[in-house]
Design a protein around this ligand. Structure first.
Ligand SMILES: Cc1cc2nc3c(=O)[nH]c(=O)nc-3n(C[C@H](O)[C@H](O)[C@H](O)COP(=O)(O)OP(=O)(O)OC[C@H]3O[C@@H](n4cnc5c(N)ncnc54)[C@H](O)[C@@H]3O)c2cc1C
Length: 369
């Protein structure tokens, strides 16, 4: 094990830092750029540099680079607020899912548009009465010849208003046990019958949406993996979603800003907090590195995400404390205070992730249903 970073990785970090600084110069908010920072031109720039599909095999259209190289690029970009959201979901989890479960035809059709940054994706999982409990979801897909017909509603679908494709989970066997009758589909967001209604969040942003499906026709070739086999597939997909560096650095730019602007480094209490946060950052970073190098136990991303997102909430609270009365004025600090509760909700709540940890990793008795 060698914790020292070689020059190539330092070079990549410097390149990513320069790119991020150039693109964020005129942006008022640098936080949460992986989810609210939608920018198709920036996706094109990432593609131009070979930073989309970085670790995917060359035969599949990727760039065959190492997980550490991707980590170095994205830790730097997101920590500095680069607007990566247009390509993020696809690069983080849709591409890897298609590589694992997609048909050769699905891979041929979709991976190139992800690698060249021209397709934006959203994830249609949560519903009004099915968030933590994915098995409760009711959007259904019924087979009609060569097509599936989808009816139902999704909610909190990030980026749906600007997405070209939705990775949709729907119920395909209403008679099966709840978790056994779900399947996954690639749905063209321009299909007739789809209506998207953006939702205004507590910060005034409108990145997540309600998505309504009314008799939406999806070709049967767009079913991903095993019919009625979504539950296992989605658990794998969540590992990509929960174990990444985005969950640690969402508000790193704000932390740096507060250190430079308000934090009194001579104050013993502030110094204690800075030391605790810097230690927390390094612990979170090691947890993420273990995930991206494939060295974490299966299911451990629940612990990684819990630690990292609770850390982000501690950062938000620290920023509010050092900003003092300025935190009450609408600006980056106040915005982050309003946004921070979402860190431990999106991608699976902390309570659910602790249940997963207890039951799957520690072998505790299952919670009573
Ligand atoms: C910013 C943001 C972006 C999002 N983007 C997307 C997206 O792109 N696509 C998508 O599909 N979804 C998205 N979501 C939705 C997110 O995945 C859900 O909000 C989350 O899974 C929780 O579901 P819920 O909101 O229905 O809460 P519920 O499941 O109703 O939970 C409510 C509360 O009860 C607790 N709880 C529930 N069950 C248990 C239990 N068994 N044990 C202990 N506590 C429990 C929860 O922890 C929570 O505190 C997003 C959410 C946010 C905040």
């Amino acid at each position: 094990m060698d914790f020292a970073w070689p020059d190539e990785l330092r070079g990549l970090q410097a390149e990513a830092a320069a790119l991020a600084d150039e693109w964020v110069r005129d942006l008022p908010i640098h936080e949460d750029s992986w989810i609210v920072g939608s920018s198709p031109p920036f996706a094109a720039e990432l593609a131009r540099r070979g930073w989309l599909g970085m670790t995917w095999p060359v035969e599949a259209g990727g760039h065959g680079r190492s997980a550490l190289e991707r980590f170095a690029v994205y830790e730097t970009l997101i920590a500095r607020g680069a607007p990566v959201a247009s390509s993020w979901f696809a690069d983080r989890q849709i591409g890897p899912t298609l590589l694992q479960y997609g048909t050769p035809e699905q891979q041929r059709r979709h991976l190139p548009t992800i690698v060249d940054g021209t397709s934006a994706w959203c994830i249609g999982m949560s519903e009004p009465d099915a968030g933590s409990d994915v098995a409760a979801l009711r959007t259904r897909a019924v087979r009609h010849g060569d097509e599936w017909v989808v009816d139902g509603q999704k909610v909190w679908t990030s980026g749906a208003a600007v997405a070209d494709w939705c990775y949709l989970i729907a119920r395909t066997d209403p008679d099966a046990p709840p978790h056994a009758g779900l399947s996954e589909f690639l749905v063209d967001m321009h299909s007739p019958g789809i209506r998207v209604e953006p939702i205004t969040d507590a910060t005034g942003n409108r990145h997540f949406c309600e998505v309504f499906f009314e008799e939406v026709r999806v070709p049967s070739a767009n079913l991903v993996g095993t019919e009625n086999g979504s539950f296992r597939q989605v658990m794998r997909q969540m590992e990509h979603e929960r174990g990444g560096i985005d969950r640690l650095v969402s508000n790193r730019a704000l932390y740096e800003h507060c250190l430079a602007t308000w934090a009194d480094r001579a104050d013993p209490l502030v110094r204690q907090e800075i030391a605790a946060l810097e230690s927390g950052y390094r612990i979170g970073r090691h947890l993420v590195l273990r995930e991206v190098l494939g060295q974490a136990p299966a299911g451990f991303s629940a612990a990684t995400k819990t630690f990292c997102t609770e850390f982000e909430q501690r950062v938000a609270a620290f920023c509010a404390r050092v900003a003092g009365p300025d935190a009450l004025l609408w600006g980056r600090v106040a915005r982050n205070i309003c946004y921070a509760p979402g860190y431990t909700i999106m991608g699976g709540t902390t309570q659910i992730l602790r249940n997963i940890l207890g039951e799957r990793l520690l072998g505790l008795p299952r919670e009573p249903r």
